[in-house]
Structure formats: C-alpha cells, structure tokens
Design a protein around this ligand. Sequence first.
Ligand SMILES: *Cc1c(COP(=O)(O)O)cnc(C)c1O
Length: 348
Amino acid sequence: MLPEAVLKQAAEEMLNYGDSGMSVMEMSHRSKVYDDIIKTAEADLRDLLSIPDNYKVLFVQGGASSVFAMVPLNLMTKNGKADYVITGQWSKKAFSEAQKYGNPRKVASSEDAVFNYIPKLDKSMFDPEADYVHITSNNTIYGTKYNELPDTGDVPIVTDMSSCILSEPVDVSKYGMIYFGAQKNVGPAGVTIIIIREDLIGNAMDITPTMFNLETHAKNDSLYNTPPCYSIYVCGLVFKYLKSIGGIEKMYELNQKKAKILYDFLDRSEMFRGTVVKEDRSLMNVPFVTDDEELNAKFIKEATAAGFVNLKGHRTVGGMRASIYNAMPIEGVQALVDFMKKFEAENK
Ligand SMILES: *Cc1c(COP(=O)(O)O)cnc(C)c1O
C-alpha cells in the first residue's frame, strides 16, 4: 500500500508538476526541475534516517535482486571472503549470487526450522578476515526480524532491508551498507536504494559491469544514466509524508500497535497461530496457520471475497501471511482480526 495522501498528490500533479507545464514522467532527468526532485528526495531520506555525512545514498535499478550481485562485486574484494547469515529465501539468493564471485561462507542458518527464528550469533562465529557480513533484517516470507545486530567486530554489516526500511528507527552508522527495493515499504517498483559508507566504494572487481559498480552511481549523483524518475518522485512524496506525520519514531509507534493487535489475537485464538518464535517476530509480515490445510484454504477464499487480499502464505510455510507495511492503517489490521474472529466462531 501507499499512503492515500501520496497517491492523491501524485494524481493532482500528474499532468502538470509545479509550474513546469509537464508531467514528471515527461521530464528530462537532466532538467533543473527534476534535479530538485531527486535532491529533495535524497535530503528527506537523509533527514528521516539521520544518515551520517560519510554515507552515500544511491538510487539504482534492478531491484534488491541485482544488489545481491553488486554486494560481492563491489565489496568482496579485499580478502575475497564474506560471511552470510541465512534466514530465508532472500538471504539464500544473496548467498548464491556471492558464490559466483568468491568464497562466501554460511555462518548460520535457520533453515532447519523452516526459517521460523533468527539464529543466535556471537562474535566468535564470524571471520575477522571477511570483507563483510551479510544479513537480511526482515524476512518477508517467513516473518522474522533481527531485534539485535550481531557483533561482527570491525567487519562491516551489509543488510537487505527491502521489507522493513522506514518501519522503525535504524542507526545507519552501525552498518557498512543498507539496501532495499522501494516497492514493499517506500514507493512504486523500479527504484532500489543503497545507503553505503563512502570508504567502501571504489574497490569493485575489474569484471564488474559499469552499471553494477557503485562508484559509477556515487560519482554521478545517481544520474550516470536515466534513473527511474517517476518512482524516485513518488518515493520523495512518501518521505515528505512520513516527515509530516512525525517521522520514523511515529511510524514505529503505529507499526508496533498494528502488529500487537494481530499477534495478541493469534496468541489467544484456538484456531489460528503464528508460525514464528515470539522473540523474533516481524512488525511487517505476519505468517499464521490453522492446523488444518482445508481450513486454511477456506479462510483464504472467504477472506479474499471479503476484500482481504494477498493473504496466501509462501508455499514453503503454507497457510497465511498478512503484510502490514507502513501504509496499512490500524483499521485495516483491526478489520482483519474481526474477520478472523468471525471465521473462528463460524468454523469451530
Ligand atoms: C522482495 C524482496 C527482495 C526482492 O526484491 P526485488 O526488488 O524484487 O529484487 C529481496 N529481499 C527482500 C528482503 C525482499 O522482501
């Protein structure tokens, strides 16, 4: 979902942005008016996340899936080693991409329990010679998240925050690199955002395609080639919107309230239960099941008919998954819980 206020503004500005006489879709990315749009978007994101000055913000294309390759190509270049923590499909994909370019190592995995927990990590598990440690902060499919960052010593942490960015405060200075596709919690598909410590840029492997070299984008303020202009513009509107409601702290408060409504119900229900270890529960993605496959199917069918869409869980978990990203209002979560209560009463 996107905030309605943002969609309305985009609609109002669709034919004529400001006094430019044209749509953002029609502008040259080299024009003064577009330059203001991309610079303002970056400045607002920096504000929201208090991004320190020694970090670059890059707007690229290709999705988080392309960044899975950019990370090793740009960073696995000093010792050719990296440590990966495997907490779901996305970290598995990131790991296998890294295997093409060097010697990444799987330090821990929760695959033994269908990724329903975050492995316990301590400093001794990490290789001090690794060029970076890669984690996935929020596991979209499995509904887990890190509540504590592993201590990796001096080895920079690289994290995929595609499904949790802007949902809660982040101390950017604790990371070497944060990346996310925009489409889950920020804006429309098409733009991928990378926040990276400056000293980590500039050591890419020789084989790195120009467009996958982070230095290309850093040196050209994300305007080496045509960026996804319209997506960046809508992301900018979302950043402004978040600032107007009180920033990430306020968003976090709302997200905690939303998640609590759903988790409290799951903990009380005799029919539905959450699939994840309690201490590692995600604020954004809530997988749940009944103990009966047929009942799961019936629930999804009736929920869809009642207007609750995208509730089918990933095939590896089965059951259901509610994604309650930033723009989902509290009333939306409450309505789902009311529907689940009714379903439970009717199907005892
Ligand atoms: C959706 C998702 C991806 C894939 O993102 P694309 O932008 O489609 O490549 C990667 N990582 C996480 C955590 C995701 O949720």
